[in-house]
Design a binder for this molecule. Structure first.
Ligand code: ADP
Length: 440
């Protein structure tokens, strides 16, 4: 600090000395003023350098300055660096925050006071069909054209969420987006979106399921209560009584089968998949299942079906015996129930060569039109409703088979042609299979 007045004094003294050397008082005074002026110009030049540096966009070219201006420059430099670091920290935190919002399963859109998009994450872009970069600054109502949305924004009551059709929504393939506006800051709005298609689908399936079960149970119950009423009100002889009791027992059995299938399904859905600790010999699975189906055929078909076992390589499957047995018997019971009496049924297992094993049941029944095949394993989906009912079907058999296959890492394969018969297979993955020699 002391350098500054010293250099000024030096300038004044040098000017004065020059005047004194020239031998006149006015020149001495003039020289001192001139010295001060020179010092002032020199000082202004240094200040100008500092100002130029402050104004420059790249603050890296630091001018060499000493004294007060150098000190000022050094302090400014430190202050700038601290501010820069602070800004970098804030920027990093902002980026972290935006990345977290990007990762959110919910869509987030920020709107300004005029409902123009300020920012949106990728999820919201997918939900609303907007572009997170291109559509910044666009009026959101110009992009989301669902009438509910416009009315919602105009209404100003955001206490409830609303539902709109998502991009690509079609009646056959619905896509539903739930959306709620949360006002914040100075007339700004935060829009949160959620894809509720799956929830709605699950809801619809649950409603259908309850309606189906109620319907399936109501029918035999109505018949049963009709018989009870008849027996209570009419004087019946023994033969008639026996006839009615037989019909009643049939209806009770139908309900029992339905409840048993429902319980089986709920057990399959609610329990962990079978581990690989139990090994079931495929031979011991198919043989008794085929015997059981021969019994069923003898009970309902005249002449009986020709049912044969097609033995594959001797092997074991890792899984749950009773589940696999119930899946195979379901396929065999379908073959017997839908194939006309005297028809041929072949059941067995084979290795298609890709490491998997197919447990298959093949029949010469009526076959199934291709449009039904994708829906066949849905609960209560039936092609031939009356044949299913007549033969005690619940509409749940193939749903059970599909669940068992999936719990064993496999899948159900259906090949069928109208008038030629059907082949149903449970395809089990290599991880669940062992050739007998490896187990022994
Ligand atoms: P169900 O108890 O009605 O037999 P499933 O789920 O086992 O129910 O089968 C669903 C539908 O698939 C049946 O109603 C029937 O229309 C059809 N189906 C199943 N297996 C056969 C088959 N082997 N041949 C012809 N149609 C079949």
């Amino acid at each position: 600090m002391i350098a500054r007045p010293l250099t000024l004094l030096l300038g004044v003294a040098a000017g004065g000395a020059w005047g004194w050397w020239r031998g006149s008082l006015p020149l001495t005074l003039g020289g001192a003023v001139l010295g001060a002026l020179c010092w002032f110009l020199w000082d202004m030049a240094r200040a100008a350098r500092l100002l130029r540096w402050l104004a420059a966009s790249d603050g890296d070219r630091v001018p060499r300055l000493s004294g007060l201006w150098g000190e000022l420059m050094e302090r400014s430099r430190k202050r700038f660096r601290a501010l820069e670091q602070k800004a970098q920290g804030s920027e990093a935190r902002l980026q972290d925050f935006l990345s977290a919002v990007q990762a959110s399963p919910n869509g987030v859109v920020l709107l300004d006071a005029q409902s123009r998009i300020e920012w949106s994450n990728q999820t919201a872009a997918q939900h609303l069909g907007i572009d997170p970069q291109r559509d910044i600054g666009q009026y959101v109502r110009n992009l989301v054209r669902h009438p509910n949305f416009g009315a919602y924004l105009d209404g100003g009551n955001f206490s409830q969420e609303i539902e709109i059709d998502g991009p690509g929504h079609r009646p056959t393939q619905p896509r539903k987006i739930s959306l709620q506006v949360h006002p914040y800051g100075e007339q700004r709005q935060l829009v949160l979106t959620r894809d509720v298609t799956a929830v709605q689908l699950a809801d619809a399936m649950r409603r259908d399921f309850v309606a189906n079960v109620s319907h399936e149970i109501r029918t035999p119950l109505t018949v049963l209560s009709g018989f009870v009423e008849t027996m209570q009100s009419l004087p019946l002889d023994e033969a008639e009584r026996q006839h009615f009791l037989g019909l009643m027992s049939q209806q009770a059995l139908r309900m029992l089968t339905l409840v048993n299938d429902l319980l089986t399904l709920s057990r399959l859905e609610g329990s962990p998949a079978p581990g690989a600790s139990e090994w079931v010999a495929v031979q011991d699975l198919m043989q008794p299942a085929v015997q059981e189906s021969q019994g069923l055929s003898a009970a309902i078909a005249h002449p009986v079906h020709q049912i044969e076992v097609v033995t594959g390589p001797s092997m074991h499957v890792a899984g749950n015996r009773s589940e696999l047995f119930s899946a195979v018997t379901n396929l065999l019971s379908n073959a017997v129930r839908y194939t006309p009496p005297g028809g041929r049924i072949r059941a067995g297992w084979r290795l298609p060569g890709d490491g998997s094993c197919e447990l298959f049941v093949e029949d010469t029944g009526p076959g199934i039109a291709s449009e039904h095949l994708p829906r066949l394993t849905e609960r209560f989906y039936r092609v031939d409703r009356s044949r299913s009912r007549e033969t005690g079907g619940t509409g749940l058999g193939l749903a059970i088979v599909k669940h068992v296959a999936q719990r064993h890492g496999g899948q159900v394969k259906i090949a069928s042609e109208l008038g030629k018969g059907s082949t149903f297979s449970i395809v089990l993955p290599p991880a669940r299979l062992r050739k007998d020699s490896a187990v022994a």
